[in-house]
Design a protein around this ligand. Structure first.
Ligand SMILES: O=P(O)(O)OC[C@H]1O[C@H](O)[C@H](O)[C@@H](O)[C@@H]1O
Ligand SMILES: [Fe+2]
Length: 213
């Protein structure tokens, strides 16, 4: 008999963001996130109290990394700000840039900040019971704009991979999300630099879709 991957159920604990039967997890502590935020002085001032604390945690189920398979898991992020900028993930584009992703809000108030290779920006709210579709080719980063922990399920093709350098090379994402009057607001990142035509076409050149007959 062909030995298939064993079907698996993964119970999620919303209070901790832990997922049963996870195959892996990682934590990003405050000190790991140096350089992510606009206000370097505010970051340094928080380092003494926040340095070792976990800002976000990813708990995942990764059956294989073969095309056609899926990786899924839970991201949970603490509430907080560095200066006026909300806590966020590092953000990435998929190494196979044409691979999409789905997020499903479980708890809290989040945003998905997305940027196309040419620098178009989109923001989708990810509250509890909101599904967010990140289409192929969009750089994506999640942001906790609430006062509570943000907990989201994610799911993406197992052969996607992550490229984190794309954001650093452009001087950050084009927009930042900061506290505004009674909520969040999007502001321009003055350090952002457009990607050159060569990089843009290399990204789009990765499209590997087979068109059904
Ligand atoms: O990988 P980061 O940008 O730090 O974000 C943390 C995690 O966010 C989401 O949950 C993605 O699906 C994960 O692939 C990612 O690892
Ligand atoms: Fe992703």
């Amino acid at each position: 008999m062909t030995r298939l991957f064993e079907p698996t159920g993964c119970k999620v604990d919303l209070s901790t963001g832990a997922m049963a039967n996870a195959t892996g997890s990682y934590q990003k502590r405050f000190r790991d996130l140096d350089g992510l935020y606009a206000d370097a002085a505010a970051f340094e001032a928080m380092r003494a109290t926040w340095g070792e604390r976990i800002v976000y945690e990813v708990c995942e189920f990764r059956p294989t990394e073969l095309s056609g398979d899926l990786i899924f898991g839970i991201t949970s992020m603490q509430p907080g700000k560095v200066g006026d900028e909300y806590f966020m993930t590092r953000g990435h584009i998929h190494k196979q840039a044409d691979r999409p992703e789905i997020y499903y809000g479980q708890k809290g108030h989040g945003l998905m900040l997305m940027e196309s290779p040419e620098g178009e920006v989109r923001i989708v709210t990810v509250d509890a019971q909101t599904v967010c579709y990140v289409p192929p080719f969009w750089i994506h980063r999640s942001i906790n704009v609430g006062d509570d922990e943000l907990v989201m399920l994610f799911c993406y093709p197992a052969d996607s991979g992550q490229d984190y350098e794309i954001i650093a090379r452009s001087g950050g994402m084009r927009s930042r999300v900061v506290a505004g009057d009674g909520g969040w607001k999007e502001v321009d990142n003055p350090d952002w630099r457009p990607r050159d035509a060569e990089l843009i076409s290399a990204l789009y050149g990765q499209r590997s879709r087979t068109v059904p007959a």
